[in-house]
Write a protein that binds this ligand. Structure first.
Ligand code: M6R
Length: 611
């Protein structure tokens, strides 16, 4: 949540920051602002998108070689100009941007009020800023020292960037729980929440860790811990190109990312899956194979779409590996008192690798001695680094708020993990193992075939776009896909949608069925198919509108459906990687038909770094 950018060096800072904010807008988009330091400290901020800020600054003096910028997802205080970042300290000397939540801000605010401080905003950020300001004024110390002292008292999560009117070259940055990447240029430095604003200037970056503080000048980067000890920055080379973070001719990132799936799934399998030799190479799994194959239980923790991938994995791992699996919402796991037994393995799934709930759940499981295996998309992210081992999904940057290509990447990785364990454990027959390897290899081509028919989904979406509600039903492997279809539709088209196991419908949701309710069946040919067809009949008998996702050659489902979309045949283990594609398209086309900004849906942000 919230995107932050900073620059110090010889370039004009404003265009660098503005471009960076546009790239980070997926992280929050209810207001934006910049603080620029030239002969004086200028702070400009505006409710709305980065483009609104840009427009408001036409003709203004934005000349500076150092600055910080922010795009916000509101936590404390409604989205308006006043609560937008950057904030200016009471002394007028400091400006700060912040991503995260300061949990003990109320107490600190009370202390500051008693010392005569007044506040212009409702934010926790302004409280932390004035706390730093007060420490600096009171102790007549450097900003770096004041930040260090303040952060020792702070409870919560933060990534902060500060500039000081008295020091026109330095940005002070610190993080705990919210990401920060520093790009190293020639005589210049770039700071951002992720690498996308940095990539066009340099490929050399440093990922700042929790409890680290950075002193950043054009030609100097000093990293310290909160005990004031220097840390050697670990420089990583970014493996990402600019094209990956641009729309490339598509109207929206979401559509681009849906259409990228043949390639992203291929990239995920490439170098790992060798059908001819019957092998899967995954170093992370191999290094922990003993623990994985002997695990008394696997606990999967994730949120949102990643949680749905975890549910599919539950079916796959239990089916192929005969290991009991539990799938938990990270937000629940972190706060209850979960039983983690010796030998249990945690699989943490996350696209961004920065989801606060998942990250904290990992720490909690670690405290109980669990091994953490991360299935993550964002390379170098906090969850990737917090895991003992893992496998990247290699889906490339996912920018649209709706998770699409990351989901199929997660399924590809989880399927490979399950197949590898099953092979070593001997819980899968040779024939099934080799068949599934070949089936996996064929997925990119099948996804391509589905996407060639995208217009058919568009027609369905346009027909039902004005519905107020929708039901998504599926059984077995397709039950999590139904949940995912419902999540996609609500977040992108704002149509209220529920996902249910098809059989569970008769225990309640069937009461909702009327002549106008679209009921989407994820009904590809699998071992549950006949049962699903019976459920379809139950809806049809009540005159519900049936839309079904079916397998080529299924002659029965069309007779019970108002609309059908056909996908190529696949083993039931693999089928979710295909059946989800039309559902992604359905939400995209419903959202765009209603004129919504599908890349930045209402109230959402891509990376949920607050709990
Ligand atoms: O980055 P993560 O995979 O950890 O994110 C988890 C959820 O926040 C995410 O999947 C969210 O539900 C998406 N908006 C779904 O499209």
């Amino acid at each position: 949540m919230c995107g932050i950018v900073g620059y110090t060096g010889p370039r004009e800072a404003y265009p660098v920051i503005l471009k960076g904010l546009k790239r980070l807008e997926y992280r929050g988009y209810d207001s934006a602002g910049v603080a620029l330091l030239n002969s004086g400290l200028k702070v400009y901020k505006k409710k709305g998108k980065v483009a609104d800020l840009e427009e408001s600054l036409i003709g203004k003096d934005v000349h500076a070689n150092i600055g910080i910028g922010h795009t916000r997802w509101a936590t404390h205080g409604e989205p308006n100009d006043r609560n937008a970042h950057p904030h200016l300290s009471a002394s007028g000397r400091l400006s700060m941007i912040h991503n995260g939540i300061i949990e003990n801000y109320a107490l600190i605010k009370k202390e500051l009020l008693s010392k005569g401080y007044a506040f212009k905003s409702d934010t926790d950020t302004e409280v932390l800023l004035n706390f730093i300001d007060e420490i600096q004024q009171h102790n007549d110390c450097s900003l770096e020292e004041a930040v260090r002292v303040a952060l020792k008292r702070v409870v919560g999560a933060y990534c902060i960037l500060l500039i000081d009117k008295e020091d026109p070259h330095t940005i002070i940055a610190a993080r705990k729980g919210s990401p920060l990447v520093i790009g190293i240029g020639k005589g210049e430095h770039f700071l951002a929440s992720d690498a996308t604003p940095i990539i066009e200037y340099t490929k050399e970056v440093v990922y700042v860790n929790d409890y680290e503080l950075a002193i950043v000048r054009p030609d100097e980067l000093i990293l310290k811990n909160l005990g004031n000890e220097k840390i050697t920055p670990y420089i990583t080379k970014l493996d990402m190109d600019l094209a990956a973070i641009e729309k490339g001719g598509y109207e929206h990132f979401m559509l681009k990312e849906i259409f990228e799936q043949p390639k992203t799934i291929y990239d995920c399998l490439r170098g790992r899956l060798d059908v001819a030799n019957g092998t899967i190479t995954m170093a992370g799994v191999e290094n922990y194979m003993e623990q994985l194959k002997n695990a008394p239980r696997i606990i999967i923790i994730a949120c949102g779409t990643s949680w749905h991938a975890g549910l599919v994995a539950e079916y796959v791992i239990e089916d192929l590996c005969r290991i009991p699996v539990e799938v938990e919402y990270a937000s629940e796991f972190r706060y209850r008192n979960p039983v983690v037994n010796k030998g249990d393995v945690i699989i943490a799934i996350s696209q961004s690798g920065e989801t606060a709930d998942t990250l904290v759940a990992i720490e909690k499981a670690k405290e109980q001695g669990a091994i953490i295996f991360g299935v993550v998309n964002a390379v170098g992210s906090s969850i990737a680094r917090a895991s003992h081992a893992g496998a990247y999904t290699h889906s490339g940057p996912e920018i649209g708020v709706a998770s699409t290509k990351a989901f199929t990447g997660q399924l590809a990785v989880l399927n490979m993990i399950a197949l590898k364990i099953a092979k070593v454990k001997g819980t899968i027959s040779d024939e099934r193992y080799h068949n599934l390897l070949a089936e996996l290899e064929a997925v990119p081509e099948k996804v391509e075939a589905i996407l060639e028919n995208a217009d058919a989904v568009k027609a369905i979406a346009e027909k039902y776009k004005d519905s107020s509600d929708a039901l998504f039903l599926g059984r077995g492997y397709n039950f999590p896909v139904a949940l995912e279809g419902a999540l996609k539709l609500k977040e992108i088209s704002y149509i209220h949608a529920e996902g249910y196991p098809a059989a569970e419908m008769k225990h309640g949701p069937i009461a909702l069925v009327t002549e106008t309710l679209p009921v989407v069946f994820v009904a590809t040919k699998d071992s549950y198919h006949e049962k699903v067809v019976s459920n379809m009949q139950e809806i049809k008998a009540r005159r519900g509108k049936v839309i079904s996702i079916i397998t080529e050659g299924d002659n029965i489902s069309p007779t019970l459906s108002d609309d059908v979309f056909v996908v190529p045949p696949a083993d039931e283990v693999i089928a979710p990687m295909l059946s989800v594609i039309p559902l992604q398209l359905l939400s995209y086309y419903a959202g765009t038909a209603k004129g919504y900004n599908v890349d930045m849906p209402r109230n959402l942000a891509k990376s949920v770094t607050v709990e």
